[in-house]
Design a protein around this ligand. Structure first.
Ligand SMILES: O=C(O)c1ccccc1NCC(=O)[C@H](O)[C@H](O)COP(=O)(O)O
Length: 214
């Protein structure tokens, strides 16, 4: 079986980019959303991405982005994928993929089985579906809040698209999450932080070490 893919999301310093790479992450994520404590501008993303080798995937996380915003991010040149974390429709996802020429991930906000079922509308439009915990109505952020959902909802998932698991993961629960869900790509943000937006090198190392046991 292929090695598990790990995305460390919400990086904002060269030191923590380096830690993610050394620890064995396959993907690094940069949040471009002004309300987030992890927000980084397009030029910062370019600078941070330069601290990771070419084989590491560099993913920008955006929420209901305009084409202008995406043009600026993609134009900076460092990205290998876009992660859409808002209420983008399947048509909008497909249009972004066609226009910007990068693989597009669609985050699916999950609380119930109906949310998992809703993901099938994105098959063919998105390159990867990222199942993440639904945040409460009125929450400040649509992701990165350390919330988890019932991982058994993913057991035996037979969706014809690559997918990943996100939401509320940590070095303490990730092995259980992988065993229950069968995920082959996992994504983490606040579980490797010492405070909102402040990534911890030690927690990144511990998380990747825990995953390597799977
Ligand atoms: O992390 C953010 O601040 C954020 C803001 C707006 C949209 C998405 C955001 N994060 C998305 C991610 O990819 C997170 O890694 C994912 O939601 C899991 O977060 P966590 O539960 O904190 O591990």
């Amino acid at each position: 079986m292929s090695r598990l893919a790990i995305k460390i999301c919400g990086l904002s310093t060269p030191e923590t980019v380096g830690a993610a790479v050394s620890a064995g992450a396959s993907h690094i994520g940069f949040v471009h959303f002004a309300k987030s404590p992890r927000h980084v501008e397009a030029d910062q993303i370019r600078g941070l991405a330069a601290h990771a080798p070419a084989h590491i995937e560099k993913v920008a996380v955006v929420v209901d982005p305009t084409d202008e915003m995406l043009g600026e991010l993609v134009g900076a040149g460092a990205l290998t994928a876009l992660q859409l974390h808002g209420k983008e429709s399947p048509q909008r996802v497909a249009a972004i993929r066609a226009r910007f020429g990068l693989p597009v991930w669609k985050a699916i906000a999950v609380k119930t089985r109906a949310d998992i079922d809703s993901a099938s509308a994105y098959v063919g439009a998105a390159d990867l579906l990222l199942f993440d915990a639904k945040t409460p109505d009125g929450a400040a952020l649509p992701g990165g809040m350390g919330l988890r959902f019932d991982w058994t909802l993913l057991r035996g998932l037979a969706i014809p698209a690559p997918w990943g698991l996100s939401g509320g993961l940590s070095s303490d629960n990730v092995v259980e999450a992988i065993c229950i869900s069968g995920a082959r790509l996992i994504d983490i943000s606040s579980g490797v932080e010492s405070a909102p937006g402040i990534k911890s090198v030690d927690k990144i190392m511990a998380f990747c070490k825990a995953v390597s046991a799977c």
